[in-house]
Write a protein that binds this ligand. Structure first.
Ligand code: PEP
Length: 251
């Protein structure tokens, strides 16, 4: 069943991109407008400063836009924060929550990630909930235990019709050029699928599980063809339209 899930190719620009980078959004929109584009969903999560304009550029196209984080509240006295409602108001349909850089830079806990995912759903966004082990945990053969623990703590209860996406991102593979071995990706994605089926029943069959960690045009085809890999979350290689479109074409 999981091999029939439409893949999602998602770009995470992180804290990169000035107004001139909107040209990359224009190029992606243009490149995926043809009938030859693979049958996958495409998303770019630019910094919030570019989100509104990215929303205008991608309106009525196949490109969706998303945020990289949101607050747990929809509005209020939280100087410098951005709510899920605000992201939706800029045209976003997704938001990344619990990225390892937020977990490490801002001490985000599983409980906070779960509350952010709930806030995203309440605002009509699909949260992309990130999980993944660090290097020491992998060396200690704890990767699957750690990820199951993160899933237990970070996933909100779902109401009818609500959707989430899981992104498995081994921390040691993010931005390092190192990629998890195919056998390890297969083992982890299959374990996440089992967890979803156990906890969520039939709904777990259709939840997308993305791989993230140094995905590039040269390795995307192999990774995206693995069982239970339903797309990718791509950092560095999403910044240039040519690279990102090459990954889309590999899907
Ligand atoms: C990410 O930021 O989620 C990521 C996977 O980054 P990179 O592709 O650069 O490793």
């Amino acid at each position: 069943m999981s091999n029939t899930i439409k893949p999602l190719i998602a770009g995470n620009w992180k804290m990169n991109g000035l107004r001139a980078s909107l040209d990359q959004i224009r190029d992606v929109v243009q490149a995926i407008s043809g009938s030859k584009t693979p049958d996958c969903d495409v998303l770019i999560c630019p910094p919030v400063t570019l989100l509104a304009e990215a929303g205008v550029l991608s309106a009525n196209s196949r490109l969706a836009t998303g945020g990289q984080n949101c607050h747990v509240a929809q509005k209020g006295a939280h100087t410098g924060d951005i709510s899920a409602t605000m992201l939706a108001d800029c045209g976003a349909t997704f938001v990344i929550v619990g990225h390892s850089e937020r977990r490490s830079d801002h001490g985000e806990t599983d409980g906070l990630v779960r509350a952010k995912a709930r806030a995203a759903l309440d605002a009509g966004l699909t949260p992309i909930i990130c999980v993944g082990e660090n290097q020491a945990e992998r060396m200690d053969a704890l990767a699957i235990t750690v990820v199951e623990h993160q899933l237990d703590g970070s996933l909100p209860e779902l109401n009818k019709g609500e959707e989430i996406v899981i992104a498995y991102e081994p921390v040691w593979a993010i931005g390092t050029g190192e990629v998890a071995a195919s056998s390890d990706i297969v083992r982890m994605h299959s374990s996440i699928r089992d967890w979803l089926l156990k906890k969520r029943g039939l709904r777990g069959e259709t939840t997308r599980i993305l791989y993230g960690g140094s995905m590039k045009p040269g390795n995307a085809g192999e990774i995206l063809a693995l069982p239970d890999v339903n797309g990718g979350l791509i950092g560095g290689a999403s910044l240039k339209a040519d690279d990102f479109v090459a990954i889309i074409n590999a899907a």
